[in-house]
Design a protein around this ligand. Structure first.
Ligand code: B12
Ligand code: SF4
Length: 489
């Protein structure tokens, strides 16, 4: 079949991100013998027009539309991408009647609602490339696509638009060493403009943080790649595209124990000169692990700490206590790693005292950077959504197509001003929902000057604070529209 794969994502902040997931889908479809073309809307000056032209010329039998982001997950400066996704699908419908298959992480969070909102012909929830291949086969052979795992057909929509989530099916590609078809895209441009490439070493997450979608998207077990296979891919990347830093897109790179160690040892064994960064958990992050990561080229880790207060960590369903975060932070700094803490303030049960204790701990820990969210983004199908609905704190209808956030009412008035004050005092904090993290133009200039790797690690410099802390009030996004109804209390 002739398959056109479209990456709808045009967000350039914090960086343009190479559509790795769609590159996997493309590789699987090619491996199954289909003729694949891609339309990447990220950089084009007239992306919609260019897409229509490509559809007319390529004449696809099937179009796969990848929807990565639903919104920017930040409050109150929430940016919702639905309008832009509608624009893309309408443009396709204007020029062809070819069936459109929706997929991607954004779609998989709200499959039923997105099927309705975009009027997709088919949708595939989750990341198993073989499901897409099976759907293509079914369409090619006039079989019933409804029997393909993870597939939603038009008739199968949930009438309410609110999704009933089940964990994504375990994917099968780990065994056959599928490599993303990066060559079909302009990977080098993403590296130039975004400062990093990306690579995946495993899927899934075994932890049960109550607000998190990752176990729903990728499954609640780890499926890990062999370290040699991962490092082969890194070597290929550096050979084909020149030396550049990579971001490991795994939910957490340093768990289960032994996984990151295997990759680091293989990098060191091959004397590979690569800079990389990743998400990590403080669980079992000890001195040895931090040192090994630093030796193998890690230039920064983003710790999913969420809070540094025992009560609040427990309420968020985290699997560690505040002392574990403090120690992990210290091991990383001692090893020379830069550390950015991702925090969520205002979740259920948060109090002024728990907020202050997290901020006090941060002052003492002196991390490289802090990204602090005001309120917690509530996604359908998560344990948090269930708790909030059953306790009457949110209505089921509130947790659907429009981005929903929860801020504990007792701290709603105190929190925004307090966080802004902390951010001003510390100097290295980013408050994505309240202060735009970076001007698109500043991002562009930094990357054009050859600054690569994660930009948060530069927040310790006052010039960086200057360009990311301007008083501008425009959207913190290149093409999304902040929702004007959302204001600070
Ligand atoms: C790593 C990551 C980042 C890194 C990326 C670094 C890099 N250089 O790659 C950073 C930190 C920069 C980042 C930024 C953002 N991110 Co992010 N990120 C992720 C994460 C953890 C993994 C993404 C990834 O690469 N996965 C690996 C690939 C292989 O999987 P995939 O893309 O999902 O593709 C698979 C399937 O979805 C499917 N698929 C994909 N396309 C298609 C198409 C079709 C037709 C089909 C059938 C299937 C299909 O098959 C693929 C193969 O398995 C996800 C969470 C997650 N676990 O998915 C969040 C996630 C994608 N991010 C999210 C968000 C919100 C953002 C930001 C908007 C946050 C912000 N305010 O800055 C920005 C947007 C940046 C941008 N320009 O788009 C959300 C999106 C949902 C939402 N709320 O909208 C997610 C899902 C996290 C969440 N909150 O649940 N992110
Ligand atoms: S927040 Fe991190 S550790 Fe917790 S479930 Fe999500 S990906 Fe796993």
């Amino acid at each position: 079949m002739r398959v056109l794969l479209v990456s709808a994502n045009r967000e350039l902040i914090p960086d343009p991100i190479f559509p790795l997931g769609l590159a996997y889908i493309a590789a699987a479809a090619r491996q199954a013998g289909h003729l694949v073309a891609v339309a990447d809307l990220c950089f084009g000056s007239r992306p919609i027009h260019e897409l229509q032209q490509q559809v007319r010329m390529f004449k696809p039998d099937v179009i796969g539309l990848s929807i990565r982001n639903v919104d920017n997950a930040a409050y109150p400066l929430t940016v919702d991408y639905l309008t832009q996704h509608r624009e893309v699908i309408n443009a396709i419908r204007d020029v062809t009647r070819t069936p459109v298959v929706l997929g991607g992480s954004g779609f998989s969070i709200l499959p039923g609602a997105y099927m309705q909102a975009l009027d997709g012909d088919y949708g595939i929830k989750g990341g198993d490339e073989q499901n897409f291949v099976a759907l293509l086969d079914a369409l090619d052979n006039n079989h019933d696509p409804g029997v393909v795992p993870g597939v939603l057909a038009r008739s199968g929509n949930h009438p309410t638009g609110v999704d009933i989530q089940t964990p994504a099916k375990t994917d099968t590609n780990r065994g056959n060493r599928l490599r993303p078809a990066r060559h079909l895209f302009d990977y080098a441009r993403y590296v130039r403009r975004g400062g990093t490439g990306n690579i995946q070493t495993k899927r899934g997450c075994v932890f049960k943080c109550n607000y998190c979608t990752y176990p729903l998207l990728e499954g609640n077990r780890f499926r890990v790649r062999d370290a040699r296979d991962v490092v082969d891919e890194i070597e290929d990347l550096l050979r084909e595209y020149g030396r550049h830093p990579v971001f490991f897109v795994d939910s957490l790179l340093n768990f289960p124990r032994g996984h990151v160690e295997g990759i680091c040892e293989e990098i060191l064994r091959r004397k590979l000169n690569v800079r990389w960064s990743c998400y990590a958990t403080p669980v079992k992050l000890d001195r040895r692990q931090a040192q090994l990561m630093a030796q193998a080229g890690c230039e920064g880790i983003e710790l999913g700490s969420d809070a540094i207060d025992d009560g609040q960590l427990e309420r968020l369903g985290k699997s560690f206590d505040a002392a574990t975060v403090v120690h992990a932070n210290q091991y990383c700094l001692d090893a020379g790693l830069r550390v950015c803490h991702s925090l969520i303030f205002g979740g259920p049960g948060e109090t002024e005292s728990s907020i202050r204790s997290t901020c006090r701990a941060l002052q003492e820990m002196r991390p490289t950077a802090v990204v602090a969210m005001t309120g917690v983004r509530v996604y359908p199908g998560t344990p948090l959504a269930g708790q909030l609905i059953s306790s009457g704190k949110m209505a089921g209808n509130d947790i659907g197509l429009m981005p929903a956030f929860y801020i504990e009412p007792g701290v709603a008035n105190f929190l925004p001003a307090y966080l802004q004050q902390q951010a001003r005092k510390a100097g290295n904090w980013v408050l994505p929902g309240m202060e735009p993290p970076l001007l698109p133009i500043s991002q562009r200039i930094l990357r054009a000057l050859g600054v690569s790797g994660p930009l948060w690690r530069l927040l310790r410099y006052s010039w960086m604070r200057q360009i990311s802390r301007t008083k501008f009030r425009r959207p913190a996004t290149s093409w999304g529209i902040p929702n004007p109804r959302r204001t600070l209390p």
